[in-house]
Ligand binder design. Structure first.
Ligand SMILES: Nc1nc2c(c(=O)[nH]1)N[C@H]1C(S)=C(S)[C@@H](COP(=O)(O)OP(=O)(O)OC[C@H]3O[C@@H](n4cnc5c(=O)[nH]c(N)nc54)[C@H](O)[C@@H]3O)O[C@H]1N2
Ligand SMILES: Nc1nc2c(c(=O)[nH]1)N[C@H]1C(S)=C(S)[C@@H](COP(=O)(O)OP(=O)(O)OC[C@H]3O[C@@H](n4cnc5c(=O)[nH]c(N)nc54)[C@H](O)[C@@H]3O)O[C@H]1N2
Ligand code: SF4
Ligand SMILES: [Mo]
Length: 898
């Protein structure tokens, strides 16, 4: 039994992993850690499915080298590391250290993150190291620094429970931070007077139980919060003593707010929200002292992201609402170690231990501590600029670690081009075939979750251990080790670590070093964790920094009203609002917004392997208001092309009135390995916030048009289909099933001989039986290959999109032997027994489909989520599907009353 931490979102849930004996049917058992203060035993659907993602299939198990002709050769670590070190050395000698760059990730452990920054900033002497946190939290970082003098999240999850009002801004908490959302909902069940407000252009699952949803115009948040700031002042809701003693800049911030948002009508127009709704929100905020404002990517990922952050913090500073239980601004982090990365100075403009690269005293402090030969003097290139520099040849060597930029960066086709231009591209990943690793000359096999060992910090400053409970597979090695080996080969001293424990100890010591009245005081201080022996490090229980003495844990910052600007005051920052960088126009009239879905994690390299996570939303899609779809001449359920000035993609249209008019929403997860053309990153405007450098992922002018096809097919197969880019159908997506793969296909032109086509496509060799059925009078065709009674593969082809139920077909593949009725069903293209068709998955934990839930609601007159849970189990494990179940109940009742 191992206590560790979930590798997905920034909630940072504690996990207990128990490995059974080899040969046991379910060898690995994952459960929530009842004692972890983030989740107290709960896990969301992604966490619950962790065991399904740990198989070694497809893993990169030894270093790979690629030659000029694109051939891939397996290599030893010595060969691979030598190649990296010599390549870097040559480029540095010829072009200087600025020609080398690193692009790392909030999914690294703190120890990995620390050494790679030490190597780059202290030994190579460049700051050309940036991280995917640039795409994620950098606006929050910049906003915190402006307001507090240091990148600080003062509060904790309990504050959300204790608050009387929680405002969720640009955060689909129900899907992206499910356990925090559940804690919030639980606290409201206990205190029904508690209020929840959601600020999001879309009506998301998070809005479902909100008291108020402000469907603001994309990018208008600064108007909204400037309006609130003015309202608070006008209504005398100002903590004058706090403002006078502990802040600066209030007059300037108020003047800027009044100038832009002094009248409710102006704000209402800018935000596209009725005046009455604004009034309700403002009055609620004004009259509630215990208010927490949670924000994430709807705020950060904007060309005015930093101002959005400060406009929110301003309202808390003016009212003195922070530093006490149940109140404060709360930036909720995305990745498991977004915070740890910030602590070790992972960004191109920061230094280790929350120190600043543009401050000579800070640089000196770090260099003295490291005893390093140099220290970077200038901030390095931020992510988007870094890849641009690779594109134009300034960066010649690039090492990408634990991130997949060909999918996740804006203008992603250009990023792929940029990678192709690097003289040396090194990628450390678990897989050698990700869209990014596929371009690398050197692929270094990294240890993944369950194999690697170190620490992470979650959204509430809580540091916990990630621990290994599986043996290292093949030759895979931890990322910190690969970095140290390259450092040694470059002739650098200071990288002789034997274990992550030693690195952690150094990191803890640096946080405390000269962190006192005579040195550079900073809040980040984990000196109390220095000097742990290996055993104590292994047994470390979650604790929140600052940790000045062993055993400390700090639930909340700012209770002493002390901030980290030189005068110890906080700052209100004037935030004159700006519209998003590029407005829609005649050519690209719609606003493309991008984000996450409930059951997938980022570029799907891990969650895409779990069949139970695949069925909730199996295909890449674009959401659009039905009226807008009508205007664009596209139909619900059909394939459409989405295009912007930067690129294009193909996805299935989902019409929903939850999506505001003139906007689109596309999820970020699909990539070139599992879909024909669905990387939304290719479309995203690469414009960034001028202060933080964070891209405007939520606002790109775009266009939707039909993607005409002549035929549709669905294929289920026990082995992968073998098509190449050249002979692939116009549209395809691959979906993981339990022991099989499902493909959705669509193509152009007539398939003259469906039988020949299906044989070639399925490539199953010589099964004992082929069923071929041409439906009379139609062009519908189906073929199925059986070995004895076991289904090997089947394909349904039709000029229409209404192909057989996928959940029913999936069930047939789970059977060892088909019954006669099943075979009849296969030929008919539908189940003989309607009860066999569970419908699209709603509850992924127990694989409960929509039809099953609707039947239960209808047959038993169920009226609550709890009743549905008791009847069919749906919603009783992680609870992430409860918003959907609630909607199904409401729809069923509406239908009944119609
Ligand atoms: N299931 C799942 N969970 C995840 C992840 C995942 O991949 N999958 N990733 C993790 C990571 S790294 C991150 S960063 C977090 C992100 O967590 P979130 O920020 O909650 O997720 P997003 O879906 O990116 O965006 C949130 C919302 O911002 C809204 N939005 C867009 N434009 C605006 C605007 O102008 N103003 C406002 N107020 N809102 C706007 C979008 O409509 C969207 O609903 O999730 C983490 N959790
Ligand atoms: N359009 C659009 N794009 C976005 C966003 C958006 O909202 N819209 N959000 C942005 C945000 S907030 C984020 S955080 C990024 C996330 O984007 P990415 O970081 O690109 O996404 P991941 O799929 O998490 O990539 C992690 C990679 O690391 C590998 N990996 C996992 N564990 C390890 C390890 O221990 N070591 C090593 N070496 N490799 C490992 C995985 O296999 C995977 O290939 O996407 C950003 N891109
Ligand atoms: S909420 Fe889910 S994904 Fe996030 S840390 Fe907890 S279990 Fe993992
Ligand atoms: Mo993120």
């Amino acid at each position: 039994m191992t206590c560790t931490t979930c590798p997905y979102c920034g909630v940072g849930c504690g996990v207990i992993a128990t490995v059974g004996k080899a040969g046991e049917p379910s060898r690995l058992h994952i459960q929530g850690d009842p004692e972890h203060p983030a989740n107290y035993g709960r896990l969301c659907v992604k966490g619950s499915a962790l065991a399904d993602t740990l198989g070694l299939e497809g893993r990169c198990l030894q270093p790979l080298l690629r030659d000029g002709e694109g051939r891939t050769l397996a290599a030893s670590w010595d060969q691979a590391l030598d190649r990296v070190a010599t390549g870097m050395r040559r480029i540095i000698d010829q072009h200087g250290p600025e020609a080398v760059a690193f692009y790392v990730s909030g999914q690294l452990l703190t120890e990995d993150y620390y050494v790679v920054n030490k190597l780059v900033k202290g030994w190579l002497g460049t700051a050309n190291i940036d991280t995917n946190s640039r795409l994620c939290m950098s606006s929050a970082v910049a906003g915190h620094k402006r307001a507090f003098g240091e990148d600080l999240v003062g509060g904790n999850y309990r504050d959300l429970e204790e608050a009387d009002l929680v405002v969720l801004v640009g955060s689909n908490t129900a899907w992206c931070h499910p356990i925090v959302y559940q804690r919030l909902m639980q606290s409201r069940r206990e205190r029904p007077e508690k209020r929840i407000v959601v600020v999001d252009p879309r009506r998301t699952a998070t809005c479902e139980q909100a008291d108020l949803h402000l469907s603001v115009k994309a990018g208008s948040d600064v108007w909204l919060f400037n309006g609130l700031l003015t309202y608070l002042e006008e209504h005398g809701v100002v903590d004058t003593e706090f403002v006078a003693k502990h802040t600066g800049g209030a007059a300037e911030a108020l003047a800027a707010a009044r100038a832009s948002a002094g009248r409710l009508e102006v704000v209402a127009k800018a935000c596209g929200v009725p005046v009455a709704m604004l009034q309700t929100f403002y009055a609620m905020f004004a009259s509630t002292r215990k208010v927490v404002t949670v924000f994430s990517q709807g705020v950060n990922q904007s060309s005015s992201g930093t101002d959005k952050v400060n406009s929110i913090i301003n309202c808390h500073l003016l009212t003195g609402r922070l530093g006490e239980p149940g109140m404060g601004p709360f930036s909720i982090t995305g990745q498991p170690n977004a915070m740890g990365g910030r602590e070790v100075g992972g960004l191109a403009n920061t230094l280790a231990a929350h120190l600043e690269l543009n401050d000579a005293q800070h640089r000196q402090l770090v260099q003295d501590f490291w005893q390093s030969p140099v220290i970077a003097r200038e901030p390095g290139l931020k992510a988007v600029d870094l890849f641009e520099a690779a594109h134009d040849g300034r960066i010649k060597a690039l090492w990408v670690m634990a991130t997949n930029p060909v999918v996740s960066l804006p203008d992603a086709d250009r990023v792929r081009e940029a990678l192709g231009r690097c003289e040396l591209l090194v990628v450390s990943d678990l897989f050698a075939d990700t869209d990014t690793a596929a371009a690398a000359q050197v692929v270094l096999p990294a240890l993944g979750w369950g194999e690697k060992d170190g620490t992470v910090t979650n959204s509430e400053r809580c540091l916990s251990r990630q621990k290994a409970f599986l043996p290292p597979p093949g030759a895979a090695k931890p990322d910190w080790w690969a970095v140290c080996e390259v450092a040694r080969r470059l002739g650098f001293e200071g990288f002789d670590y034997q274990s992550p424990h030693q690195i952690f100890d150094e990191h803890a010591r640096l946080s405390a070093w000269r962190n006192d009245q005579h040195g550079v005081q900073r809040a980040f201080h984990i000196g109390g964790l220095a000097g742990l022996d290996t055993d104590a490090y292994d047994r470390l229980r979650p604790c929140q920094w600052p940790v000045l003495r062993r055993g400390d844990s700090t639930a909340r910052l700012f209770h002493d009203r002390r901030f980290f600007h030189a005068d110890a005051r906080a700052r209100l920052v004037p935030t004159p609002p700006r519209a998003p960088a590029n407005a829609p126009d005649d050519e690209f009239p719609l606003v493309l917004n991008t984000g996450r879905i409930r059951d997938q994690w980022h570029t799907m390299t891990r969650t895409g392997r779990a069949s139970r996570l695949a069925n909730h939303l199996p295909e890449p899609f674009v959401e659009m208001h039905p009226y807008e779809a009508m205007l664009c001449g596209v139909q619900d359920g059909t394939l459409v092309r989405v295009a912007s000035r930067w690129g294009a993609m193909v996805a299935r249209l989902r019409c929903t009135a939850d999506q505001p008019r003139r906007t689109l929403f596309v999820p970020i997860h699909w990539n070139d390995l599992n879909a024909s053309d669905a990387r939304v990153g290719a479309l995203v405007n690469p414009v960034v916030d001028p202060l933080s450098g964070e891209p405007e992922f939520k606002h790109t002018p775009a266009l939707v048009s039909p993607f005409p096809v002549d035929w549709h097919a669905v294929v289920f197969s026990r082995s992968p289909l073998q098509f190449t880019k050249a002979d692939a159908p116009a549209y395809w997506v691959r979906i993981q099933g339990d022991g099989f793969l499902r493909y959705e296909l669509a193509g152009r032109g007539l398939i003259e001989d469906p039988q020949q086509w299906s044989r070639a496509l399925l490539g199953v060799g010589q099964p004992s039986t082929w069923l071929d059925v041409h439906q009379d009078g139609t062009q519908d065709y189906c073929a199925a290959a059986l070995d004895a009674d076991c289904l090997l593969a089947c394909v349904y082809l039709s000029p229409r999109a209404d192909l057989p139920s996928r959940s029913w077909l999936g069930r047939l593949f789970e059977k060892q032997a088909l019954s006669e009725a099943d075979v009849v069903g296969l030929k008919l293209g539908r189940s003989v027994d309607p009860a066999d068709d569970a419908g699209a998955t709603v509850c992924s934990c127990f694989s409960v489909g929509r039809n099953t839930i609707l039947d239960a609601i209808r047959d038993n007159g169920l009226t609550s989520v709890e009743e549905v849970g008791r009847c069919v189990r749906a919603g009783t494990n992680c609870g992430s599907c409860q918003p959907e179940i609630r909607a199904l109940i409401a729809n069923a009742r509406l239908a009944e009353n119609a």
